[in-house]
Design a protein around this ligand. Structure first.
Ligand code: SIB
Ligand code: ZN
Length: 433
C-alpha cells in the first residue's frame, strides 16, 4: 500500500485534544496512520517523503451546500433579490443547459474548490450522473443529490423523483466510497406538500438523507404562512422531513422555537453567509444555533450568488459578521469558525467518523497551506492567521483519500486550462441561444 510521510510540518488538526502540533504525519493508502510530534519509529518503509517545512497542514474543507454547474453563471446576474435572481435570471438560463454545460460548469467548480482547499462538497442539481463522473475523475469527495422543483404536472414530478431515486441508488458508495447520495426537494416553496411527502418516503425507502433550501428569505417564510398556515420548520416537520437524517441550507429566518426544534430533531444546517448577504436574504442566527446545539456547517451556494467557491471566505465571514451584528467580539471565535468548515461540516453530512479532522484512523483528506508569505507573519496564532488572514489562494497541495489531487496549485486529474476554455465556450453559447 502506498505510504506518504509528511516530515516536519505544522498540523492544525481540528482535534480539541491537541489543536496544533509540529511534527510528522504518515499516510497509508487512504488513511492517516500516524500523527505526532515524535519521529515515526521505525521510519515508514518505502514512503514518499514530503518536506513539510513552511507548510501548514489541515483537514480539507467541507462545503455543505452548492450547485456546481451554476459556475457558468458567475457574474451573469448580480445585485438582485433572491426571487428575481432565481426566477428571472437563473431559471431561464438553466433551462437552456445541455449535458455539456453541466459537465464544464461542474468541472469549473470542482477545479476551483479543490484548488482552494475544499475536499468534500454537497451538490444539489440535475444531470447528476454527469456531476458524479466529474467528481469521480477529479478525485474529490462529494455528497450528491438530484434536486427537484415540483412546480410541474404530476407526471413530470414523478419522472423527476424517479430520476432522483435512480441516481441516489446508482451512485451511493461509488468511487471508493468518495461519493454518497441524498434526495432533495428544492424548497418548500417550489414543491407542494404531497410531493415533499413522497420524497421523504423515498428517502426512507432508499435509506439516504434529505437536503433542501429552507427559510432563506423573509418573503419565503411569509408565503409559507399564507399558503400552509405555518412557518417552514413546522411545515417540513409535519411532512416527516426531519424524522431521518436531514440537512437544510440557509435557515436565515428562524424563531427561537424553530431553533429548538432543529436541535431536537438533530437537523444539520448549512450556513451560507456570502450568498445570504449578496442576495440580501439576511443574516442567519449562527450564535443562537450553535448555543442551542444545532450542527451548523458552511456552504458557498453557487458561484452565481457568491461569487467564488472559496470556503475560507465563508469561514472568515462567519467569524466576522456575527461579531458585527451582535456587538459581541467573542461571538464565533476563530477556532469555532474553522470548525464550521471542517469538523462540524463532517458532522452535518454524517461523516464525522472519517473526515474533518487530522487524526489517526481517519481518511487522509488534507491540504497544505504555503505559510511562507507575509500575511502569515509574525507567527503568533496560526489558527487566527488561517481564519482572519488566509484564503484559498494560499493552498498549494491537496490530498483526498490519500491521493494527491492538487499539486503546486494545479489539479492533477483535471485539465484546468481546458476547463476554463470550455466554460467560456459554454457560457457564450448559453448567452446567444
Ligand atoms: N432544474 C431542477 C432543479 C435543480 S435543483 C437546483 C436549483 O437551485 C437553484 N438555486 C441556486 N441557488 C439557490 C438559492 O440560494 N436559493 C434557492 N434556489 C437556488 C438553482 O437555480 C437551481 O435551479 C428541476 O427542474 O427540478
Ligand atoms: Zn442553493
Amino acid at each position: 500500500m502506498k505510504r506518504i510521510w509528511i516530515k516536519d510540518g505544522t498540523f492544525v488538526t481540528m482535534d480539541d485534544a491537541r489543536p496544533v502540533l509540529k511534527g510528522h504525519m504518515v499516510i497509508e493508502g487512504d488513511t492517516i496512520l500516524y500523527l505526532d510530534e515524535a519521529l515515526p519509529e521505525p521510519a515508514p518503509e518505502g514512503a514518499e517523503v514530503i518536506d513539510g517545512n513552511g507548510f501548514v497542514y489541515m483537514p480539507g474543507l467541507i462545503n455543505t451546500h452548492g450547485h456546481a454547474a451554476m459556475s457558468l453563471l458567475r457574474g451573469y446576474s448580480d445585485d438582485e433579490a433572491l426571487q428575481v435572481w432565481l426566477e428571472q435570471k437563473m431559471w431561464p438560463m438553466e433551462g437552456k443547459y445541455t449535458d455539456e454545460d453541466a459537465r464544464w460548469g461542474t468541472a469549473l467548480a470542482v477545479s476551483e474548490m479543490l484548488r482552494s482547499g475544499t475536499t468534500t462538497f454537497v451538490d444539489m442539481y440535475d444531470r447528476m450522473h454527469i456531476v458524479a463522473e466529474v467528481v469521480e475523475q477529479s478525485g474529490m469527495r462529494g455528497l450528491l443529490t438530484r434536486g427537484v422543483i415540483g412546480l410541474c404536472p404530476p407526471d413530470v414530478q414523478t419522472a423527476k423523483l424517479n430520476e432522483a431515486k435512480q441516481f441516489a441508488r446508482d451512485w451511493n458508495g461509488r468511487a471508493n466510497g468518495r461519493i454518497r447520495t441524498m434526495l432533495s426537494p428544492h424548497a418548500p416553496y417550489t414543491c407542494p406538500p404531497d410531493y415533499i411527502a413522497r420524497i421523504v418516503e423515498a428517502a426512507q425507502e432508499l435509506n439516504v438523507p434529505l437536503h433542501t433550501h429552507m427559510s432563506e428569505s423573509a418573503a419565503e417564510v411569509q408565503q409559507n404562512i399564507d399558503d400552509y398556515g405555518c412557518r417552514p420548520v413546522e411545515h417540513l416537520d409535519k411532512l416527516g422531513f426531519f424524522s431521518g437524517p436531514a440537512l437544510v441550507a440557509h435557515a436565515v429566518h428562524l424563531t427561537d422555537d424553530e431553533i429548538a426544534l432543529l436541535a431536537e430533531r438533530g437537523v444539520g444546517v448549512s450556513h451560507n453567509p456570502a450568498s445570504n448577504l449578496k442576495l440580501a436574504s439576511g443574516i442567519a442566527r449562527l450564535p443562537d444555533l450553535l448555543k442551542a446545539g444545532v450542527t451548523v456547517s458552511l456552504g458557498t451556494d453557487s458561484a452565481a450568488s457568491n461569487n467564488n467557491l472559496d470556503l475560507f471566505d465563508e469561514i472568515r465571514l462567519a467569524a466576522l459578521i456575527h461579531k458585527g451584528v451582535s456587538g459581541d467580539p467573542t461571538a464565533v471565535p476563530a477556532w469555532e469558525a474553522l470548525k464550521l468548515g471542517t469538523v462540524y461540516g463532517a458532522r452535518a453530512i454524517w461523516q464525522e467518523e472519517r473526515i474533518g479532522m487530522l487524526k489517526e484512523g481517519m481518511k487522509a483528506d488534507f491540504i497544505a497551506i504555503d505559510a511562507e508569505q507575509p500575511h502569515f507573519y509574525p507567527r503568533t496564532e496560526i489558527v487566527s492567521h488561517l481564519v482572519y488572514s488566509g484564503s484559498g489562494r494560499d493552498v498549494k497541495h491537496v490530498w483526498v483519500d490519500g491521493v494527491q489531487v492538487v499539486k503546486n496549485g494545479a489539479c492533477v486529474f483535471l485539465d484546468d486550462a481546458q476547463i476554463r476554455a470550455e466554460a467560456q465556450r459554454c457560457f457564450e453559447r448559453l448567452l446567444s441561444s
